[in-house]
Every structure is written in C-alpha cells, then in structure tokens.
Design a protein. Sequence first.
Length: 144
Amino acid sequence: MMTLKAIFILATCVVLVFSSSLQKCGPNEEWTEWRTACSPTCEFRNPPCLNITIRPPPGCECKPGYIYLKFSKRICVKISECPKTCSKPIFEWTDCGTRCRRTCLHPDLVPCVERCEAGCFCPDDYVLDDRTIECVKKKHCSVP
C-alpha cells in the first residue's frame, strides 16, 4: 500500500513540474488554453490563416495591448511601438490599409467589413500568396 501511495505522490510531482515548465512564457506573454489560430504581428494585424479549423495547442500568447513583432520572432511589443516598416520584399507599409486583401485564394476582392488597418500590404498589381506570405503576381501564385 505504501508503494502505491509513493508512486502516486511521485507521479503527481512529475506532472506538476512538467506542466509548470510548459507554462513559462516570455516577457509580455501569458499562458492560455485557447490560443489564436493565426497570431497577429506588427506587419500583419489580420494575417491570412489557412488552418482556422484546427485548434492550436495551449501555449503562450501576447498579453492584451501587445502584439508579436514578426512571425519569425516571437517577441511581444506594445502595439504603439511597432515599427512602420516591412521586412519582406515588395510589401509596402500603410497606416490605413484594407482588411479585405486580394490573395491567391481570393484574387478578386471578397466582400468583407472595410476597416482601416495599419500594416504591410501588397501593391495594387500584386496579390498575397496565402501559403508563403509573399507578394506575388497573380500568375505566380503557389495556390491554384
């Protein structure tokens, strides 16, 4: 009986240590069971999201009022401190772009709520490739 009790206590300790180590987040991040499927960044406040039906696993996300600097750099910064530059070629920064982006999947503007949004946008003669997150000519889309 004592051995079973010791195993239970040891297993409980292991679970507590393991779960608490998973919940350590970076500066200005917090642990959440319900993460956003496609995290917004300074450059893409409303990023294209191909896997919106798949619920992401629990993890860290920026605290309210903060946003990820880039897709590749999971550093949370205040939204007001976002640089007004685009790190990817061809993209152009605008303080008031449309959420209704033309993409390879939707090369013609799709009906959506027009709302002013700051961020990086493709020039008028380009579309956003949904898979590579690059500005491309429509004929060069990686998605049919």
